[in-house]
Every structure is written in structure tokens, then in C-alpha cells.
Design a protein around this ligand. Structure first.
Ligand SMILES: Cc1cc2nc3c(=O)[nH]c(=O)nc-3n(C[C@H](O)[C@H](O)[C@H](O)COP(=O)(O)OP(=O)(O)OC[C@H]3O[C@@H](n4cnc5c(N)ncnc54)[C@H](O)[C@@H]3O)c2cc1C
Length: 483
């Protein structure tokens, strides 16, 4: 089938509203959030439901036309961007946006892939439940994208990754068949666990169209504090103290370098640091060594008489006395809580405005986080004088976003061209500490070249066999995940 005939056939399925071909309309779908990749596409297909989507995939399989599933297009690794040859069709999930059911007794939500994570959280809250997945991009990221990347985020320390929240999936397979696995069972040992195959597969094995997610009871009490600490070691010590006190209460434990918070204060309008002089922003370049670093700790409980505030104060008072914490501010209102979280949530945006950055989303054993930050900072500074390490992220689960900002006044294009040598420098430290080069952002288009080195031999062989078994024509998100 020619390209034009295929698009005509697709239009007959999804209607004129479901097919964008004008470059002015498709432009937003062909560039990734980080602006690392500029692709081309003949069309963006926007099916309205699973049946339409399945028919589209059947047509594309018959025509051997490659498809790139796209959710909120917030991938940090270029996973949802078509390549530059102009043959890949973008499959947008935006119109599959219904919450199908919420059951507060089962504590489950059945939801379509195109619902944004934020809208899903709101729907859960309206049913007096909590969808315990929270990431800075939740206003744009969609349920399908979040599952396809096995997103982690701020609450992993307590509730696990997206993977841990999935009970069932509905998936359109690469030949157009629909697999309805929308079960909401807590126990179901009936052969291989297919749903987990699609979670984290980044659109390379099929298209997730709906999911059953686990909910949690809605917290009745929350307490948030921002703490200034003198080092990542002190941040880890503080984490251990909270965990020892009540591990079930720690909902988020986020680390931020002084330089990263400095970027947020510089670039994000209205951002403020609610700390006195002792907790002032660290001096530039101090990441991982000296200078002020920050920790955001959030405690939550569904118990009505949780006593969280008292617990927060008790742990912080002791830590201040022991000089683990230099200064701390506890949020007294929802507005103050949001202002503290803003310092963390705006890190990516602030770094983008500061200049070009090379991102590393790595994990190491929690106990090794301080050593990782120290060694990786030193290694990068040795590689490139003036480079600025901006580590931040989910210290509570060992996942640090070790981002490197270009030297001040340097050429962004030249800096970005060094990405492989910078990532390799960081990853040498990650490997020495038994970590992973991709903790929560996935592989996408940016990192398949690392797979043979990190996941070679039997592991990569099995992945290739799975890909071939499900997608023998290779039409699902080509060029992503596997080298
Ligand atoms: C500011 C910012 C902060 C972020 N913070 C975090 C964080 O804390 N934790 C974290 O884990 N990630 C984070 N991310 C990364 C990103 O938001 C997540 O990877 C998110 O899960 C992607 O969702 P999306 O809908 O935007 O997916 P997209 O970017 O559209 O797609 C991501 C991948 O999933 C595939 N895909 C999308 N939808 C489907 C579907 N329905 N079926 C099959 N495949 C599909 C795509 O082909 C692509 O490979 C952040 C990103 C930004 C920009």
C-alpha cells in the first residue's frame, strides 16, 4: 500500500479529527522535551478508542509502516520522537482519555492510557483514594507513557515504581490483536506475567491502551520539611534516622544540591528558599563536596491521629543538635508545602534555562549515594574543567539524576556533542558501585548504545527474542531500547 493509500485508510478509521498531516499541526509531536531530537513524520494518528487504535495498527502492520506511540512526550531519552527519515507515524494516545472505573473497596482504578497522571491523581482523590505515583512531569505525562517507561518518581521509596502499581493491562499488539488483561486481582498465578513485559518496554512491544492501577488509602495527615545539610553523607544519615523512626511514614526523601537550588531560585519566578542564613544556597560547583545541600522530606499517613508533625520535629531537633542538619523549615500550610516542593519540581526546567545539560538518571545502592556523588563529580570535573555537576533526586531509593551543566559561557552545541564521553565517565563510577545507568527514565533513543556493554550476553539475547516474538516486522517504535 502506498503512503497516501495508507493514510486514506487510516482516515477512514479515525476520521479527519483523528489524523493530523499538516506540518504545522504535527510539529509539536516531532521534537522531544529536551530538544535533543528533531524528527519528521507523515502524520500523527489520534484514535478515539481501543477498537480504532487496533484497526490502525492492523493497517500499519499490513503496510509495514513503523509506529511511534506517544503519550505526553515528556521522555527524557527521546523515546517518543520519530526519527528523521520521515517514514515513522506518530500514534498519539491523547484521545484515549477516560477513567473507566474506580473501586474504593478493591482500591483500584481502571483508566485509559491517554489520561494525564495529574488527572488520574485527581480522579483518585475525588474517590477519597491516593494514586501513589508522583513525578514532576505529571501535568503532561500520561498513564500509558508512565507505564511504558516504568516511571518512578517521588513516592517510590514508599510505594514502588509504576510497575508495582499495575494489576492489569489492555494492550494492542503489533499485529493489531487486542490483549484484554484488565484483571484487578491481587493474586493471579496463571502462567507468565505478561503485563510486566509491557511495563517498561517503551512502546517497542505493543501499545498500552488501558490499565488497572492499585490505589492506596488517601493520607489524612502530611508533613513536609526542607532541610539544609552540609553534605550528601549528612542527607543519608538523616534518611536513616527517619527510616529508623517509622519507615512507613516516609513518602518522599529528595536530595537537591546547592547549585541546583541556586538555578531554581535564579530562573523560576516566585521560587523562594524558606531558610535563614545557615541554609543559604551553596556556592556554585560545590555539588558532592562542601557547601550547603538540601533535603526535602515528606511524611504521610492515612491514620487520623498520625502525630507526624511531632515526629518530624523530634527527628529534626535531634539532627540539628547532632549537627547533621544545619537549618530546617517545616511547611505550616498547603501553600508552604507547595513552595517547598516547587524547589524540587522545577529542577529540570531551571537547568534547561541555565544552558545545555547532559542528563544521567542512575541508581546505586542507597548506602552508596554520597560516594557516588563525590566520585562522579570529581571524575567529570577532571574530564572537563568548568563543568557543573547538579545532582538531585530520589535519595530514598538510590536514584540520583546526575546532570552536568555546561561550563558557564561555553558553546551548548559543543557541550552536547560530548554527551557520550560525559555519560561514560559518570557510568564508570556507577558500574564500580554496582549501579544502573538507567534508573527510571528508560533507554529510548539516547541509550541503546549502552545496552551491549551493560546488558549483553544472555540478557540482551532474551530481550531480542521477546521483541522478535511479539513484533516480528519490527514496526513498533524502531530504534528504541535495543541497539
Ligand atoms: C520535567 C520532567 C520531570 C520528570 N520527572 C520524572 C520522574 O521523577 N520520574 C520518572 O520516572 N520520569 C520522569 N520524567 C520522565 C517522563 O516524564 C516519564 O518518562 C514519563 O513516564 C513519560 O510519560 P509520557 O506520557 O510523557 O510518555 P512519552 O514521553 O510520550 O513516551 C515515553 C515512552 O513510552 C512510550 N509510550 C508512550 N505511551 C505509550 C503507550 N500508551 N503504550 C506504549 N508505549 C507508550 C513511547 O513510545 C516512549 O518510548 C520527567 C520528565 C520531565 C520532562
Amino acid at each position: 500500500m502506498s503512503g497516501t493509500k495508507l493514510l486514506d485508510a487510516i482516515r477512514a478509521v479515525v476520521g479527519a479529527r483523528g489524523l493530523l498531516t499538516d506540518p504545522a499541526d504535527t510539529a509539536a509531536y516531532t521534537q522531544d522535551w529536551r530538544r535533543l531530537y528533531q524528527g519528521r513524520t507523515p502524520a500523527v494518528i489520534r484514535p478515539a478508542d481501543t477498537a480504532e487504535l487496533a484497526e490502525v495498527v492492523r493497517l500499519c502492520a499490513a503496510a509495514r509502516a513503523p509506529l511511534v506511540p506517544q503519550g505526553g512526550n515528556t521522555s527524557m531519552v527521546g523515546g517518543a520522537t520519530p526519527d528523521a527519515d520521515g517514514s515513522q507515524l506518530v500514534l498519539s494516545m491523547a484521545r484515549l482519555n477516560r477513567v473507566r472505573a474506580i473501586d474504593p473497596i478493591d482500591l483500584t482504578m481502571t483508566i485509559e492510557a491517554g489520561v494525564t497522571l495529574k488527572a488520574a491523581q485527581v480522579a483518585a482523590a475525588e474517590a477519597n483514594c491516593l494514586l501513589p505515583l508522583s513525578i514532576s512531569s505529571e501535568g503532561s505525562a500520561q498513564i500509558g507513557g508512565v507505564l511504558a517507561t516504568n516511571a518512578g518518581g517521588n513516592n517510590t521509596v514508599r510505594y514502588g515504581n509504576a510497575r508495582d502499581l499495575v494489576l492489569g493491562l489492555e494492550v494492542v499488539l503489533p499485529d493489531g490483536q487486542v490483549w484484554n488483561g484488565l484483571r484487578r486481582l491481587r493474586k493471579d498465578n496463571t502462567g507468565y506475567c505478561l503485563r510486566q513485559l509491557f511495563v517498561g518496554s517503551e512502546g517497542t512491544l505493543g501499545v498500552i491502551t488501558a490499565a488497572v492501577l492499585k490505589l492506596a488509602p488517601r493520607p489524612r495527615e502530611t508533613a513536609v520539611a526542607l532541610c539544609a545539610v552540609g553534605s550528601a553523607e549528612a542527607a543519608l544519615e538523616l534518611f536513616s534516622r527517619f527510616q529508623a523512626h517509622d519507615p512507613g511514614a516516609v513518602q518522599a526523601f529528595e536530595f537537591m544540591s546547592g547549585i541546583g537550588v541556586g538555578f531554581v531560585l535564579k530562573h523560576i519566578e516566585g521560587a523562594v528558599l524558606p531558610l535563614g542564613q545557615a541554609g543559604g544556597p551553596g556556592r556554585p560547583g560545590s555539588a558532592g563536596q562542601a557547601g550547603v545541600q538540601y533535603v526535602l522530606v515528606e511524611l504521610a499517613t492515612p491514620r487520623p491521629d498520625g502525630g507526624l508533625r511531632a515526629m518530624l520535629e523530634a527527628v529534626l531537633e535531634q539532627a540539628l543538635g547532632d549537627e547533621i542538619v544545619m537549618d530546617a523549615a517545616i511547611a505550616e500550610s498547603e501553600a508552604q508545602r507547595a513552595a517547598i516542593w516547587r524547589l524540587r519540581e522545577e529542577h529540570s526546567e531551571a537547568q534547561k534555562r541555565e544552558g545545555a545539560s547532559v542528563k544521567n538518571d542512575v541508581s546505586v545502592p542507597v548506602s552508596k549515594v554520597p560516594e557516588f556523588i563525590r566520585r562522579a563529580t570529581a571524575a567529570c570535573e577532571a574530564l572537563m574543567p568548568g563543568i557543573r555537576a547538579v545532582p538531585f533526586g530520589h535519595l530514598g531509593d538510590g536514584n540520583i539524576h546526575f546532570n552536568l551543566e555546561q561550563p558557564e559561557g561555553g558553546d551548548p552545541a559543543w557541550f552536547l556533542a560530548q554527551d557520550h564521553s560525559i555519560m561514560d565517565t559518570v557510568n564508570a563510577v556507577v558500574r564500580a558501585l554496582d549501579g544502573s545507568f538507567s534508573a527510571e527514565h528508560g533507554i529510548g533513543r539516547l541509550k541503546p548504545y549502552m545496552m551491549p556493554d551493560w546488558r549483553g550476553g544472555a540478557e540482551l539475547g532474551i530481550m531480542r527474542q521477546i521483541k522478535h516474538a511479539l513484533d516480528p516486522l519490527g514496526i513498533m517504535n524502531p530504534g528504541k531500547v535495543l541497539p
